[in-house]
Design a protein around this ligand. Structure first.
Ligand code: TYD
Ligand code: MG
Length: 457
C-alpha cells in the first residue's frame, strides 16, 4: 500500500493537511501552510496498541505527601515572581517574543544571576557567535559571571554536552535555530521545532535540568512560532513591549508552578534590562494636567495592583463608517461598551470616531476596566475632565448595571499609596479594610452618566 511521505503543516498553529491550501482552516492564517516530511514514513509498527501488551504502571494515591518545590531565586525579583517564586528544577520554560525585543538580553542577565546563585549554567546560542554573546555580556557588566557559552545548533551535540557537563540550568537561544538530525526538515519548521522541544523537554525531565527555550514570535509565518510548543512546556512567558517605549513586560500566560497572568516590568537601558519596582508610577509618569478623555484605571495584573492611564478621543468623523480604534484594549469590548452607552444611557456615537489607548504600551484585558473605558469616552465626548486624583474601576454588564470586581481593597490601597484621594467603583463591591479613599459608589452606567456629565445629547 502506498503511503504518503509528505504532509502539509500550518507554520502558525501546526494543523496538518493532506493537500496544500492557501488558507489555514484551523487558525485562519494565509499562506502559512508548507510541505514537510511526515514524522514517520512507514507509519506505526503495530496495527493497534493492543496487539502486544505493555508493562504495568506503578500507581500511587493522592494522599502521599509531597515536599514543597525547591526553587532557586535569581535575585532579579521581577523574573522570579513571574516564574512563580523562582526556578523549579527539571522545569521547561518557553520565553516568546518579537525579534529584537530583548529576549537574549534578559536571558543572559538571568543566566548570570542564576550562575551567581550557585547553579551551573550553560548558555547555548544558535543565533549569535560566542564572541558576540561575550561582547554583550561584557557590555552588560557580566563578563565575570561563571556562565559557560556555546554557539551550536546541532541538538545531538548539545544533548551530548549537557549529558557530560550536568548543568542545573540551560538556555537555548533560540528553539527555531535548533536542528535535530533524525527529522528531515529545515530548522525552524514545525516538525523541527516540535522534535527539538520534545527532545530537550524529555532530557530536562530525565536529568533534572531546568531549561529555558527562547522562541521568536513570527508574523510572516515562515518559521514555526512558539505556539506550536506551548503545550509541551511547563511555563510560557511572553516578553512584550512597544518599539517606542523603553519598558518591557514579561507576562506568564501558562505556569504549572505558579499563577498565570503574573507580569514583571523591566526597562531597557544602556546597561541591559533594569527592574521596575513600582510600575504604577512608571505608567502614570507621563500624565500631565487634567485633560478630558484621560482616566486612571486601578487594575490587577496577576497578584499585583497596577494603575494605568486610559485615554479616549471622540471626534467628528469624515467617514461614512466612523472609526473605532483601540491600542492595548480589545476592539470587541469597545464596541460592546459603545452599544451599552447607546442603548442604556442614550449617548449616541453615530458620526463620531472613537479612539482608545492604554497609555505607555500596556495591554489591559480585565473586564474591570470597562467603567474606566466608558468614563474616558464620555469625558472626551462631553469635554468634561475626570478629576486627576480619582481612579476608576468596575465591570459593565449588557444591561448597563455595574458588576463588582475582585480585589477591590488592593486596588484602592495601591491608589492611596500613589496619592489618589477618590475612586469611582461599583456599589456592590465588598471592602474589608479602610484605604483612606473616598469611594463614589455606582449602581448602573445611566446613573453614572447623569451624575458626572449631566444631560448628555
Ligand atoms: P536582544 O536581546 O538581542 O533581542 P532578542 O533576543 O529578543 O532578539 O535585544 C536587542 C535590542 O536590545 C537591541 O535593539 C538593542 C537593545 N539593547 C539595549 O538597548 N541595551 C542593552 O544593554 C542591550 C544588550 C540591548
Ligand atoms: Mg536574540
Amino acid at each position: 500500500m502506498a503511503r504518503t511521505t509528505t504532509q502539509f503543516v500550518c507554520s502558525a498553529c501546526g494543523a496538518v493537511y493532506k493537500k496544500w491550501a492557501g488558507h489555514c482552516e484551523a487558525c485562519g492564517g494565509w499562506n502559512t501552510i508548507h510541505e514537510e516530511a511526515a514524522l514517520s514514513a512507514s507509519g506505526p509498527a503495530k496495527k493497534t496498541l493492543g496487539a502486544s501488551r505493555g508493562k504495568g504502571m506503578a500507581l500511587s494515591s493522592l494522599a502521599e505527601t509531597e515536599a514543597p518545590l525547591p526553587r532557586t531565586v535569581s535575585g532579579i525579583g521581577e523574573l522570579d515572581r513571574v516564574l512563580g517564586g523562582g526556578l523549579v528544577p527539571a522545569s521547561v520554560v518557553l520565553v516568546g517574543g518579537d525579534p529584537g525585543i530583548g529576549k537574549s538580553t534578559l536571558l543572559l542577565q538571568a543566566a548570570a544571576a542564576f550562575a551567581g546563585a550557585g547553579v551551573k549554567t550553560i548558555y547555548v546560542s544558535g543565533e549569535e557567535a560566542a564572541g558576540q554573546v561575550r561582547m554583550r555580556a561584557q557590555r552588560l557588566g557580566l563578563g565575570a559571571a561563571p556562565v559557560s557559552l556555546a554557539a551550536e545548533t546541532n541538538l545531538r551535540d548539545i544533548l551530548t554536552t549537557l549529558d557530560a557537563e550536568r548543568p542545573g540550568f540551560v538556555i537555548i537561544d533560540s528553539i527555531q535555530t535548533m536542528w535535530a538530525d533524525h527529522v528531515e526538515s529545515a530548522p525552524g519548521s514545525v516538525s523541527q521545532v516540535r522534535a527539538a522541544s520534545h527532545e530537550l523537554t524529555s532530557f530536562a525531565k530525565r536529568r533534572g535540568i531546568s531549561v529555558v527555550l527562547v522562541g521568536h514570535v513570527t508574523k510572516d509565518g515562515q518559521i514555526a512560532g512558539p505556539r506550536v510548543i506551548e503545550h509541551m512546556v511547563d511555563t510560557v512567558l511572553y516578553f512584550e513591549g512597544e518599539r517606542g517605549h523603553q519598558y518591557r513586560i514579561l507576562r506568564a500566560v501558562k505556569n504549572r508552578f505558579g499563577p498565570a497572568d503574573e507580569i514583571g516590568v523591566f526597562e531597557m537601558t544602556g546597561a541591559g534590562l533594569a527592574e521596575v519596582l513600582n510600575p504604577s508610577e512608571l505608567f502614570l509618569s507621563e500624565r500631565d494636567r487634567p485633560a478630558s478623555g484621560s482616566v486612571v484605571f486601578a487594575g490587577i495584573e496577576g497578584t499585583r495592583p497596577l494603575l494605568v492611564e486610559i485615554q479616549a478621543l471622540v471626534a467628528p468623523s469624515t467617514l461614512a463608517t466612523p472609526r473605532r480604534q483601540t491600542v492595548g484594549w480589545d476592539g470587541g469590548r469597545l464596541s460592546m461598551i459603545l452599544a451599552v452607552l447607546e442603548a442604556r444611557c442614550g449617548v449616541t456615537f453615530g458620526g463620531l470616531d472613537v479612539y482608545l489607548n492604554v497609555a505607555g504600551g500596556m495591554r489591559v484585558s480585565e473586564p474591570a476596566a470597562d467603567l474606566a473605558v466608558a468614563a474616558a469616552i464620555l469625558s472626551s465626548r462631553q469635554d468634561v475632565p475626570i478629576p486627576t486624583d480619582t481612579v476608576v474601576f468596575g465591570e459593565i454588564s449588557l444591561s448597563g448595571a455595574l458588576r463588582p470586581v475582585s480585589q477591590a481593597d488592593q486596588r484602592l490601597k495601591e491608589a492611596a499609596k500613589l496619592g489618589f484621594a477618590a475612586a469611582i467603583a461599583p456599589s456592590q463591591m465588598k471592602l474589608q479594610g479602610e484605604s483612606g479613599i473616598t469611594v463614589q459608589r455606582i449602581d448602573d452606567l445611566a446613573g453614572f452618566v447623569e451624575t458626572t456629565f449631566g444631560a448628555v445629547e
